[in-house]
Design a protein around this ligand. Structure first.
Ligand code: 13P
Ligand code: 13P
Ligand code: MG
Ligand code: MG
Length: 379
């Protein structure tokens, strides 16, 4: 059976500030999706959240980029926005960039990751959702899952994975895309994706048969390429087992916390902390950035789950380490490398400050010195 899995997310209002999502927004959105399930448009759905981002996980048979499915998500976000406005939540409607739906939510604010495939006899899926970061946060873990045999033993010992994977990489600046085949072109892949400000992995395919293995949300970045458009809290779908990495190989990269862009005002580096659903409320300095992992088994398109995959004491050490790394970064305060370089910041006051300081440049040398009268000091 051919099934489409669509994950569409948006921030339509934070509770409190940017830290979390009010349950009333989840209820409002769920009602809209429930109606679509009753009418038969959706096979199944789940509404999840990480920080202030609501994520719709939907299964159907309409294929990717389907107008009706995108309109449905848009309508559900509008319903949640109404509630957010009523409760005066922070940044109500923040990610809905337009007043009217125009056929596809891509470029309208929400993030989208979709894939269509023939459901296998058993179809385990892990959906990662992150807050206070950007899509390039998936570069390192996707490399680990699908190209690094030190992380994914299956690349070496499972014959069905031995031919490796093709990575599709987006250049955020130009909008250009590259196909990179691993293991042969692993160094080429790393040359690109180690630059997290510019290159983002969009999708991963199995080379043996072209089956899709992973897809990330990057639309906002690609459509407005060439111009800095800010961070877009990302989602990632990964298929597991039987020719793809095992569930444990997919989760493993998050056991070693690494730095990502985002955090406070989208303008800081911080460790990505893997948390269970109920701890996905970034509060300290609006962070540190969080990632949750929702596991599902598909059964004829039905979503059996979610299982809260980071709800495991084996990730306690990663959380502790992330807290330690957060302290190290916070020690820098406003200084780089905690604060991002100028061109990657979501907020900046620097042009205004420079303009004001330039007025003083008209001064003659020596006039910089602030005059003071030593005698006055004795008065
Ligand atoms: P099973 O032999 O239980 O299917 O496990 C295989 C596997 O992928 C474990 O990581
Ligand atoms: P979000 O992108 O999650 O809304 O966070 C914005 C922000 O400014 C956090 O400090
Ligand atoms: Mg927000
Ligand atoms: Mg957010």
């Amino acid at each position: 059976m051919k099934v489409t899995l669509s994950v569409i997310k948006a921030d339509v209002g934070g509770y409190v500030g940017h830290s979390s999502t009010h349950p009333a927004l989840m209820d409002a959105a769920s009602q809209v999706l429930e109606e679509a399930k009753t009418s038969g448009l959706l096979i199944d759905y789940a509404v999840l959240r990480v920080g202030d981002d609501i994520n719709f996980v939907m299964t159907h048979t309409r294929g990717v980029d389907n107008e009706e499915i995108h309109k449905l998500a848009w309508d559900a976000f509008l319903k949640a926005t109404e509630k957010a406005r009523e409760l005066k939540l922070y940044g109500a409607g923040q990610d809905l960039l337009s007043d009217t739906f125009s056929g596809n939510v891509k470029g309208m604010g929400p993030g989208v990751a979709e894939m269509e495939f023939v459901e296998r006899p058993s179809e385990p899926i892990v959906i990662f959702m992150a807050d206070k970061t950007s899509p390039s946060a998936w570069n390192l873990p996707l490399y680990e899952m699908f190209a690094n045999p030190q992380n994914t033993a299956g690349l070496v010992i499972d014959p069905s994975m031995h031919e490796g994977f093709r990575f599709i990489v987006l250049d955020v600046k130009t909008g250009e895309e590259y196909a990179v085949d691993c293991p042969e072109e692993m160094y080429d892949l790393l040359a690109l994706i180690s630059g997290i400000e510019r290159y983002t992995i969009k999708a991963v395919y199995r080379r043996k048969d072209g089956e899709i293995g992973a897809v990330a949300s990057t639309q906002k970045l690609s459509l407005i390429a060439g111009k800095y458009v800010g961070k877009d809290d990302p989602v990632l779908i990964v298929r597991a087992q039987s020719g793809f990495p095992a569930v444990g190989e997919i989760l493993e990269p998050f056991a070693r916390p690494f730095f990502v862009e985002g955090w406070m005002r989208g303008s800081h580096m911080g460790p990505l902390m893997p948390v269970p659903f109920h701890h996905a409320n970034p509060s300290r300095f609006d962070g540190p950035p969080r990632v949750i992992a929702a596991g599902f088994q598909l059964a004829n398109g039905k979503l059996i789950g979610p299982r809260d995959m980071f709800d495991d004491p084996a990730f306690d050490y990663a959380r502790e380490e992330a807290n330690h790394l957060a302290n190290v970064m916070r020690r820098h305060g406003i200084f780089e490398p905690h604060r991002l370089p100028e061109e990657s910041m979501e907020y900046t006051n620097l042009p205004k400050i420079l303009k004001r300081l330039r007025h003083k440049k008209g001064l003659e040398e020596g006039e910089y010195v602030i005059e003071h009268n030593p005698e006055e000091e004795h008065d």
